[in-house]
Design a protein around this ligand. Structure first.
Ligand code: HEM
Ligand code: CU
Length: 446
């Protein structure tokens, strides 16, 4: 049957996807993709020159149906420095289109292909050094829907993981060049969703309402690392494993190979913030592979109660022993006799107690744990800082212009230890240099 009509493909940047193909017949689909090399922000204060398909990382989402004849034009912007091309895993043909699309700056190339197999496919640049082009952001997804389209859902999003290699270590500011040796060693400084650390957090979070069905098109550009994709607090009702036809049900974590993809679907039943992670968990909390899905709507206490009660747990039974309650703390044995000793003991407590969240240099972790280094919040009010350590803190606060809305539990430390650890914090990392005494802590406690 001859293809009757042609249409221009709608292309979208992440996390958005084009309209579904629905019931439309196979057509000639015109795709125009522009390559842009441009500076962006990998994380706060860290600049990176990305090479992109369509101006975003990952590149523009392409949505086709099986049987389409795709006429693909790749243009390489005249301001770019390098030649590029495209290998689409949805193509049946040599190099997935790479040879036919190799294009110098200021030129464009056209080729066409027929979508023979439905599925979710990765595309990427395949110009030497291939790994470097991919590491700089040259990847994206092309969806080939089956005849009649995928079943309708309420929300669809486009998410793609990638690993980045910079000359400076994670967090080092300024324009960071690509580091070939770290890439060869597979020693990533950043592992992120959608090209940067904050692409899917805070105001950039994806959203849904209670009762809605959500479909995530999840790809992995690599270049090196395999993703253990997981949404904290959700179970995937369905996973199109590796982006193909096999549907697995009731899945906690799905593997997404470098150069591969998966379609995951779930219904959201309760409100809250659900965290998307690569469950190779240091990547999530220390390298950036963390996104957020914010769900609004009615709570359903039968599905999730929240905390019902906190009790005192006495394994030996009450009355047998006098267990310390959660409010009682053991006094430290040797009181500090000088400022130097306060600093020494304070550092010990810091490295045992605070370090896990606020980090070794007090730098905190973006979007999770506020910094204690140079913290305006800390320096503004000593009594409040003592109160935070003694009684804990929850709810929204602003530290150095960034919002945090989390919970710090009360720290079970003696007044002596609180005084020492806060003295250490106040006299480190550019803070205001106050000395906190045991008496000051006791005053806040009472
Ligand atoms: C907030 C100190 C341990 C998680 C804060 C703040 C201070 C502080 C002064 C106020 C904000 C700021 O100045 O940046 C300490 C000290 C600790 C300690 C001295 C050890 C004795 C921890 C631990 C965790 C943690 C172990 C994680 C398990 C948090 C969080 C907040 C916070 C999430 C923000 C709470 C909110 O958003 O309302 N901490 N902290 N802290 N801390 Fe800690
Ligand atoms: Cu390239």
């Amino acid at each position: 049957m001859p293809i009757s009509r042609e249409m221009k493909a709608e292309l979208t940047s992440p996390p958005n996807v084009p309209r579904s193909v629905g019931r439309r017949k196979a057509k000639k689909l015109i795709v125009n993709m522009e390559i842009l090399e441009e500076e962006g922000e990998l994380t706060d204060g860290v600049k990176y020159v990305y090479w992109t398909f369509g101006g975003s990382v990952p590149g523009s989402f392409i949505r086709t149906r099986v049987g389409d004849e795709v006429e693909f034009t790749l243009s390489n912007h005249p301001d770019n420095k390098l030649p590029h091309n495209i290998d689409l895993h949805a193509v049946t043909g040599p190099g997935g289109g790479a040879e036919s699309s190799f294009v110098a700056p200021g030129h464009e190339k056209t080729f066409s292909f027929k979508t023979l197999n439905p599925g979710l496919y990765v595309y990427h640049c395949a110009t030497a050094p291939v790994g470097m082009h991919i590491a700089n952001g040259m990847y994206g997804l092309i969806l080939v829907e089956p005849a009649g389209g995928l079943p309708q859902v309420d929300k669809e999003y486009y998410i793609m993981q990638g690993d980045f290699y910079t000359k400076g270590k994670n967090g080092e500011r300024g324009l960071q060049p690509f580091d070939m040796q770290k890439a060869v060693d597979e020693n990533a400084d950043y592992v992120v969703f959608n090209g940067s650390v904050n692409a899917l957090t805070g105001d950039n979070a994806i959203t849904a309402k209670v009762g809605e069905t959500v479909r995530l098109f999840v790809g992995n550009g690599g270049p090196n690392l395999v993703s253990s994709f997981h949404v904290i607090g959700e179970i995937f009702d369905k996973v199109h494993v590796e982006g193909g036809d096999t549907v697995n049900e009731n899945v906690q974590t799905t593997l997404i190979p470098a150069g591969g993809a998966a379609i995951v679907e779930f219904r959201v039943d309760v409100p809250g913030t659900f965290i998307l992670v690569d469950h190779s968990i240091f990547r999530a909390f220390n390298k950036g592979a963390l996104g957020m899905l914010k769900v609004e709507g009615e709570e359903d206490k039968r599905i999730y109660s929240g905390e019902i009660r906190e009790g005192i747990y006495l394994p030996e039974g009450p009355g047998i022993q006098n267990m310390p309650t959660t409010d009682e703390v053991v006094e430290s044995e040797i009181p500090a006799k000088s400022f130097d000793e306060q600093m020494k003991f304070g550092k010990q407590t810091y490295m045992q107690t605070c370090f896990a969240c606020h980090q070794a240099e007090g730098q905190g972790i973006p979007n999770a744990f506020p910094p204690l280094a140079n913290s305006d919040y800390l320096n503004a009010d000593v009594e409040r800082a003592i109160d935070v350590v003694v009684n804990g803190l929850s709810g929204e606060i602003t530290v150095n212009g960034e919002k945090y809305n989390s919970v710090m539990t009360k720290q079970l430390l003696s007044s002596e230890d609180v005084a020492n650890v806060l003295t250490y914090v106040y006299n480190s990392w550019g803070n205001s240099g106050k000395v906190v005494t045991k008496e000051m802590v006791e005053k806040v406690k009472n």
